[in-house]
Design a protein around this ligand. Structure first.
Ligand code: UDP
Length: 482
């Protein structure tokens, strides 16, 4: 790096262009701005357009003169749905267009040593393995941010071991067979709890190849940021340090963000869809802990049949429900004439359906008594902080193991993985909100307290964030001197 330029650390943050990663990396960006770092936040054009359209993020960040957004193409047409079932298309688009443009930007373009304010450190999503080579080429540190769960990440890191031990690809189709060679999970891990791509019997599956590449690069990076707290996943983090020694567990990031900004409410929206706040008024009118919140996040897709099973289960449970049905989360169209009249009637009496909700605010509402979730890692953490019991219907990737941890390890709820049947949905909701309500609520409250403590001054995540910021300063300085 050119030592004649400024020594001021300048961090380039590059999230995967999806709701969860963009949301939590923006929170990290703001924490770094508070500590007076220069920060460039790189979004794809598609994400940037949606963020500017649906949030006030631009004006919120004007208070940080050292912050700026930059955008880059993602190689997909504007009308591409960018849903979870088309994830490999998103990866292909980025490989073809985003990676070369990123490389140019950082090595010779407006973020390079030729610029006024060269980048001195990259924080990139863990899936962006190509960033390792770029950082090495220009001699600056790279820290990966893994936005999936650490329990999911640990399984990914163990994929080579699983292949070597013959546990992957699966032999036979018994999804309840035990997996024995993931350290720390020997007692409870089954095939069905591994990331969904492990079910593919093809060892050349593009997602498996992506994960193997990611594993190698993670171990070469200067550090790995994870969104968790020691008290939740401490034993696993010890195992993980054997491969990635420099871990920064700084979560739950949304709570950490609020704690350091000194605000108790989630007033910062980073939503890529328009939030329908009318559901907050609806919730305010409902009794304490009476509503089940239903959401499968931004990427999961359910079939029409699954939709109807969920719907019957919810209505038959007799509980009040708030259901997020993001456009694109249901495969195909369903017309009103295809919906049984008892569902329309049950929804009119006890339900509220919105396209996108201010989720953190929803979970914090006293009327919420349960969460029927796809077990996305951000949703899981937001829910742990809110202290709400969960019924889990995982869709893909780490969600399969997250739901196992919720049910078997943390015992914060129930795992209905691989089933989608109206009778089971009804039974799970009743178990969660009636029969075992006190048991789940008790544990959820305890875990929520630990989460909050970890981000308060002197807590584990608080100290880890301070260490991260100090390390970035030192590494940036070393890079600009070399
Ligand atoms: N989310 C939201 N409103 C909704 C549904 C989800 O703001 O109606 C947010 C949620 O708070 C979380 C993110 O979208 O921060 C979803 O991330 P997660 O990792 O849970 O799941 P993904 O969408 O990546 O599958």
């Amino acid at each position: 790096m050119d030592s004649q330029k400024t020594l001021s650390p300048h961090i380039l943050i590059f999230p995967l262009p999806l709701q969860g990663p963009v949301n939590c990396m923006l929170k990290l960006a703001e924490l770094l701005c508070l500590a007076d770092f220069h920060v460039t936040f790189l979004n794809t054009d598609h994400v940037q357009h949606r963020l500017l359209r649906y949030t006030d993020v631009q004006s919120r960040f004007t208070r940080y003169p050292k912050f700026r957004f930059q955008a880059i193409g993602d190689g997909l047409s504007e009308d591409h749905p960018r849903s979870g079932d088309l994830f490999t298309e998103m990866v292909d688009g980025m490989e073809a267009v985003t990676y070369p443009n990123f490389t140019e930007m950082v090595t010779s373009g407006n973020l390079s040593s030729k610029s006024e304010q060269p980048v001195t450190c990259i924080i990139a999503d863990g899936l962006f393995s190509f960033a390792g080579g770029v950082a090495q080429q220009i001699g600056i540190p790279l820290i990966y941010f893994e936005t999936i769960s650490p329990c999911g990440l640990w399984i990914h890191l163990c994929v080579p071991k699983l292949i070597e031990a013959g546990e992957l690809p699966f032999k036979g189709d018994d999804l309840d067979a035990r997996i024995t060679c993931v350290p720390g999970m020997e007692g409870f891990l089954r095939r069905r709890d591994l990331s969904s791509f492990c079910r593919s019997c093809d060892p050349t599956d593009p997602l498996i190849k992506l994960i193997l590449k990611e594993n190698q690069e993670l171990q070469k990076a200067q550090g790995v940021i994870i969104n968790t707290f020691e008290e939740l996943e401490g034993p696993l983090l010890s195992h993980m340090r054997s491969l990635c020694p420099n871990l920064y567990a700084i979560g739950p990031l949304h709570t950490h963000h609020r704690a350091r900004l000194g605000t108790s409410h989630a007033t910062f929206s980073n939503s890529l869809w328009e939030e329908d706040k009318s559901c907050l008024a609806w919730l305010d009118a409902q009794p304490l802990k009476s509503v089940i919140f239903v959401s499968i996040g931004s990427l999961a897709v359910m079939t029409k049949d699954q939709l109807l099973e969920f719907w019957h289960g919810l209505v038959n449970s007799g509980k009040l429900f708030l259901w997020v049905r993001q456009h694109g989360s249901i495969a195909g169209d369903i017309t009103e004439s295809q919906i049984p009249v008892e569902l329309l009637e049950g929804t009119r009496k006890r339900g509220c359906i919105v396209g996108w909700a201010p989720q953190e605010e929803v979970l914090a509402n006293p009327a919420i008594g349960g969460f029927l979730t796809h077990s996305g890692w951000n949703s899981t953490l937001e829910n742990i902080v809110a202290g709400v019991p969960m019924a889990c219907w995982p869709y893909f990737v780490d969600q399969q193991v997250n739901s196992r941890f919720v049910g078997e390890v943390w015992k914060l709820g129930l795992d209905m993985k691989d089933t989608c049947d109206r009778v089971i949905v009804e039974k799970m909701i009743k178990e969660l909100m009636e029969e075992r309500k006190d048991e789940f609520m008790g544990r959820a409250n305890q875990m929520s307290k630990l989460a909050r403590k970890s981000v308060s001054e002197g807590g584990s995540s608080f100290c880890n964030l301070d260490r991260l910021m100090e390390d970035i300063r030192v590494m940036s300085l070393q890079a600009s001197k070399s």
